[in-house]
Design a protein around this ligand. Structure first.
Ligand SMILES: CC(C)(COP(=O)(O)OP(=O)(O)OC[C@H]1O[C@@H](n2cnc3c(N)ncnc32)[C@H](O)[C@@H]1OP(=O)(O)O)[C@@H](O)C(=O)NCCC(=O)NCCS
Length: 323
């Protein structure tokens, strides 16, 4: 079996941060020794016990033993909140062949905040990077929330065997995701220079129907993003782009795989991401429409201006360019 070691993960960078539906920053990371006890505490505090597929065990000792056995057997991810510590856990159990089984558990106090979905995406991405071909989850048919979360992440009801099983076929995923951003991006992005007046940017927003403009210097280096929200106050219109644009921008390198772009689009809520070369020169933009058009396999002629503008940018992990 050619499963790569976790440390070899090339696309996925831990820790991975995102904002929950309640606006709380959450960090997903691999379980390390110091957090082992926090994970056990999370399960001991889980209410009610047992609540899904007979888990977590009701007895404290049995519960601790069960968590320790997962730590020993599985690849473990935890989600951390600043004030509550470990709030969610995901385990990937390697099985026969290139299959793994996934378990996701979110502490009751923070369920329904988007943490389970993001953790499932992290686990899928990690399984994909480690070389697994199939991911299984076993969820009671009555567990509508969990089944909804996994279905949303691309899992399907298993066509044979246990009706509780849901399966994700990473082979199909791998085929679709193995092209580079440069292969499907829009190479004709409308841009703006920092010295240009905001009135000119306004004109571009209105006439080119874009929501955001990559800001590039004279050598076409990406220096930031200007969004329509930067111009909402009339006083801004008398200024230059350099006075109002956002310098922190999430961007991707042209050779990054579409798998990574899709994960970024999902986890940041961005509609579109600038694509740069090694020297940070803008070579295009890639958005949800580009990914969907690629999936649809349609050879649509590209319009002169991008059909999609760039959505407001999230603060990046410096320097913001994802490789
Ligand atoms: C299943 C579980 C991991 C999901 O995590 P979570 O953080 O609560 O999930 P999210 O907030 O990301 O998403 C919940 C989704 O379910 C939906 N949902 C909530 N209650 C639901 C219900 N009764 N029926 C259907 N969908 C429901 C929410 O609307 C949301 O969907 P949306 O994002 O499309 O709006 C978590 O609830 C949990 O730990 N449950 C107990 C353990 C378990 O059952 N694990 C699964 C076995 S592997």
């Amino acid at each position: 079996m050619s499963i790569r070691p976790v440390s070899d993960s090339t696309i996925y960078r831990f820790p991975h941060a995102f904002i929950s539906k309640k606006g709380e920053p959450i960090v997903v990371t691999l379980l390390d020794e110091p957090r082992r006890h926090r994970l056990i505490e999370m399960y001991l505090a889980f209410q009610p016990r047992p609540s899904f597929s007979g888990l977590p065990p009701a007895d404290d000792q049995a519960c601790t033993k069960w968590v320790e056995s997962m730590i020993g057997r599985a690849i473990n991810l935890v989600a951390l909140s600043f004030d509550k510590g470990v709030v969610a856990h995901e385990a990937l159990f390697p099985m026969e062949g290139q299959t793994c089984e996934m378990l996701d558990v979110v502490a009751a106090s923070v369920q329904d905040c988007g943490i389970g979905s993001e953790l499932a995406r992290c686990g899928m991405q990690l399984a994909y990077e480690l070389g697994f071909e199939k991911v299984l989850v076993s969820i009671e048919v009555a567990n509508a929330r969990a089944r909804h979360v996994y279905r949303k992440c691309g899992f399907e009801d298993a066509s044979e065997g246990d009706p509780e099983d849901m399966v994700l076929d990473l082979r199909a995923h791998r085929r679709a995701m193995s092209v580079c951003a440069a292969d499907i991006m829009n190479a004709r992005a409308v841009t703006i220079h920092p010295d240009q007046p905001c009135r000119q940017a306004l004109e571009t927003f209105v006439t080119r129907h874009v929501g955001t403009l990559p800001v590039v210097d004279g050598e076409r280096r990406l220096v930031g993003i200007l969004s329509t929200s930067d111009l909402l106050l009339p006083s801004k219109l008398a200024k230059r782009v350099r006075d109002v644009f956002t310098r922190q921008v999430v961007s991707v390198r042209e050779d990054v795989l579409v798998a990574k772009v899709v994960r970024l689009l999902q986890s940041t809520g961005l509609r579109c991401i600038p694509v740069v070369d090694r020297e940070m020169k803008l070579v295009g933009v890639i958005g949800r429409q580009d990914v969907l058009a690629y999936y649809a396999g349609q050879d649509r002629p590209r319009p002169a201006a991008p059909a999609t503008g760039l959505a407001p940018q999230e603060p990046p992990s410096a320097p913001g360019t994802q490789r």
